[in-house]
Design a binder for this molecule. Structure first.
Ligand SMILES: Cc1ncc(COP(=O)(O)O)c(C=O)c1O
Length: 425
């Protein structure tokens, strides 16, 4: 029986699958299937393996840590990897964000950020932005609006969560077509109207935003929008939470995306690349905020596990020493260059990029699914995003070889050619 056949018997159908590829191992930018097929991985396991698979320094750090101490729980005793990771993060995150509580995932980091914001402000209201994805635990799912399906059937979610529009001109239902700045101005006005009509400013604990929509379609918010949110949140005494779970550590071209846009948030949520392939998340904020979070009211058995911290620390050191945050810009530019032949393809609505996050938005899901399937036949793994899965996103390792990247994107372009011929225009 194949791995897929066995999996279909024991794994819950609740899990969505981009593919059922049977993977034997990963080597740098490549995956190797159980039957020896080599596939270029332009997904990084959904924006996790920023330095590729099985990076020797990460493997060595994990092996050494596992042989010394696999678990003790950070509430029971202290260990080097946990503290050293905190020190590293304090040095690279936006100014003043120097204190951390480690968690196991992105959704858990979001849960922690909601709890921290509510404790500090003694308010309940959370304002999120339409199209955002913040995770699948009940609290994080309440904040998630990238697809209504993530909320459907789960009954009453968290109270006091309000949804404001996100500046996404192509996804905006308001005609005529307008640019990102006009869209941002409109979204700021809508947010202010919400404070007038829906949730009083003195009830707002936090604004929680992805500075670049991830699952929602790789859509960067204009800096003007983030600056306006910073100003509004300060004025009303609410906190600004930047969900950098997908964007941090070079992916968006900076250590964080929001810092690239000249805005310093109050809280940053981290996960994905943070653990270098092992489960790890963090709620990051200035010490003064963490000091208002009553001791013992939040925590986790596994959060900040020694092996995950060692893996994350080794990964972040590679990113820093190999200057991969700077290289992210080149990686993104190369993808953009190779996509040039399809820029005027009638099915391509837009090609968007920030740092090494690139998306091609199509008219519909039929095209994005057909082109990713065709690319996989050519041994290039890509995944979709967007509220209708209408975008294909490129998430290459930040240290990918230029020839591999150009070749992989070239295969995607060729795949679209085939799809264009197969599907009616
Ligand atoms: C921006 C963002 N926030 C939160 C999450 C949830 O992270 P996790 O799947 O680790 O719970 C994700 C995952 O895709 C994400 O992209």
């Amino acid at each position: 029986m194949s791995l897929e056949q066995r999996g279909r018997r024991v794994l819950s159908p609740v899990l969505g699958h981009y593919t059922w590829l049977p993977i034997e191992r990963g080597e740098g930018s490549w995956l190797v299937t159980t039957d020896g097929r080599r596939i270029l991985d332009l997904t990084c396991g959904i924006a996790v393996t920023a330095v590729g698979h099985a990076h020797p320094r990460v493997v060595q750090a994990v092996t050494e840590q596992a042989s010394r101490l696999m678990h003790i729980s950070s509430g029971v005793a202290k260990y080097e990897a946990n503290i050293a990771l905190g020190e590293f993060l304090a040095a690279v995150l936006p100014h003043g964000i120097d204190t951390f509580v480690f968690q196991n995932s992105g959704a858990e980091a979001i849960e922690g950020a909601i709890k921290l914001a509510r404790q500090v402000t003694r308010r309940e209201g959370i304002i999120v932005f339409r199209g955002g994805f913040h995770g699948r635990t009940t609290g994080a799912a309440t904040l998630t609006t990238s697809k209504a399906a993530y909320r459907k059937g789960y009954g009453a979610l968290l109270p006091e969560v309000h949804v404001a529009p996100f500046p996404y001109p192509l996804g905006c239902p308001i005609a005529p077509a307008h640019d990102a700045e006009a869209c941002a101005a409109h979204c700021v006005a809508e947010t202010l109207a919400m404070l007038e009509h829906e949730i009083p400013p003195e009830n707002v604990a936090a604004f929680v935003i992805e500075p670049v929509l991830g699952e929602g379609g790789y859509v960067p918010a204009p800096a003007s929008f983030l600056r306006a949110l910073r100003e509004i949140s300060k004025r009303i005494g609410a906190l600004l939470v930047s969900d950098e779970i997908q964007t941090a550590f070079g992916r968006s071209g900076g250590w964080t995306a929001i810092e690239r846009m000249g805005v310093v948030p109050d809280i940053v949520t981290l996960a994905k690349a943070l653990g270098g392939g092992l489960p790890l998340g963090a709620v990051a904020a200035p010490r003064a905020l963490h000091e208002q979070w009553p001791t013992g009211t939040h925590g986790s058995t596994f959060g900040g596990n020694p092996v995950s911290c060692a893996s994350g620390l080794a990964t972040l050191r590679v990113i820093k020493e190999e200057r991969l945050v700077d290289r992210a810009e080149d990686v993104g530019r190369i993808v953009e260059e190779e996509l040039a032949p399809i820029r005027r393809d009638p099915r391509v609505r837009e090609i968007r990029r920030i740092g090494a996050m690139v998306a091609v938005e199509f008219d519909d899901k039929a095209t994005s699914k057909a082109v990713t399937a065709a690319a996989l036949e050519r041994n290039v793994l890509l995944i979709t995003c967007g509220s209708h899965d209408q975008c294909v996103r490129f998430i290459p390792p930040l240290n990918i070889a230029e020839a591999d990247l150009r070749g992989g994107v070239g295969e995607f372009v060729t795949s679209l050619q085939g799809v264009r011929e197969a599907l009616p225009a």
